[in-house]
Design a protein around this ligand. Structure first.
Ligand SMILES: NC(=O)c1ccc[n+]([C@@H]2O[C@H](COP(=O)([O-])OP(=O)(O)OC[C@H]3O[C@@H](n4cnc5c(N)ncnc54)[C@H](OP(=O)(O)O)[C@@H]3O)[C@@H](O)[C@H]2O)c1
Length: 279
């Protein structure tokens, strides 16, 4: 039986998940990392153990499959890994008109972005209660708040996470399980996004952040027990503009922005090309 708690992070092999893993390790937290098979978790785990002196275990699972979520839970239980932080980060994004993708695509997206975090939260709840004070962090997006063309299903999945987090937080507060949601704007995570963000114009360009910076703000916010974390000045401004601007102005701006954004095959594409974030 290990005596120090672990942070379980899904989608930890790349991008924001990896940045949060490094941030947690820098704060002396042991890690349980999850990503798809063959995504480089072996070398990442070795790197973190060697450089940060924390314990790291990793699991390769396709979390879009219900049985794999259950399998992950069982393995962690079997190995008696005391999880006291659950970070639901793995997700699939996309920028395209609704009719451009088939129903299988949306089914998978909803399975990974909605079903997996709900199921994992449910499976790990008793463990989190036992190891409290504990934290659940759900990774939403600024798209949780804005109703954008080409982001219909993705935005919907992220709105769900914010709503779920806020309700669950009220249920679990007395048990010292603190639930937070983080809603980042555009981040330089995948090579495709870095390129896209580089070519961006206007306010959107200034609002793009590096995942390492977002991860630090996020982990600070989570450990402080914040309900909603919106990293970055410009992203908080977007939220304010959304309240202040009339609907017609917002629609003109966002329609123009989203028409310009091109569909990519990369799983997570977040467009921040104008006043209104598409992330
Ligand atoms: N990037 C942005 O601009 C942005 C903005 C707002 C919110 N977000 C949110 O931030 C989170 C991370 O985004 P990101 O840009 O860092 O994404 P990313 O670089 O594409 O990384 C996604 C991570 O999820 C894992 N993953 C994908 N499908 C999986 C599956 N079926 N089962 C298990 N793991 C899976 C990937 O593992 P593999 O390496 O094995 O594929 C990878 O570790 C997401 O929730 C996203 O919605 C991102």
């Amino acid at each position: 039986m290990r005596n120090k708690n672990f942070a379980l992070i899904t989608g930890a092999s790349e991008g924001f998940g990896k940045a949060m893993a490094l941030e947690c390790a820098a704060r002396d937290m042991n890690l349980a990392l999850v990503a798809l098979p063959g995504s480089g978790l072996t070398s990442l785990s070795c790197f973190i153990e060697r450089n940060y002196g924390v314990d790291v275990v990793f699991f390769e699972h396709d979390l879009s499959k219900k049985e794999e979520c259950v399998h992950l839970f069982e393995k962690i239980k079997e190995q008696k890994i005391p999880v006291n932080v659950l970070i639901n980060n793995a997700a699939v994004g996309g920028t395209h008109y609704f009719e451009e993708k088939d129903s299988e695509y949306y089914y998978k997206q909803i399975e990974l972005n909605v079903i997996a975090p709900t199921l994992l939260t449910h499976l790990f709840l008793q463990t989190l209660e036992k190891n409290s004070p504990s934290h659940i962090l759900n990774v939403g997006s600024l798209a949780s708040f804005f109703f954008l063309p080409k982001k219909g299903v993705y935005g919907g999945t992220k709105s769900y996470l914010v709503s779920f987090s806020k309700s669950l937080r009220r249920e679990l507060k007395s048990k010292k399980v603190f639930v937070s949601a983080v809603c980042p704007g555009g981040m330089n995570t995948t090579p495709m996004l870095i390129l896209q963000n580089k070519n961006m114009k206007g306010l959107g360009r200034w609002s793009v952040m590096n995942p390492e910076v977002v991860a630090k703000i996020t982990i600070d916010g989570m450990l402080a027990g914040k309900e909603l974390i919106i990293p970055g000045f410009w992203n908080r401004m977007f939220m304010l503009f959304d309240k202040l601007l009339p609907k017609c102005c917002k629609e003109i701006l966002t329609d123009r922005t989203m028409k310009q954004s091109k569909p990519f095959n990369n799983p997570v594409i977040f467009s921040m090309q104008s006043l209104k974030p598409a992330a």
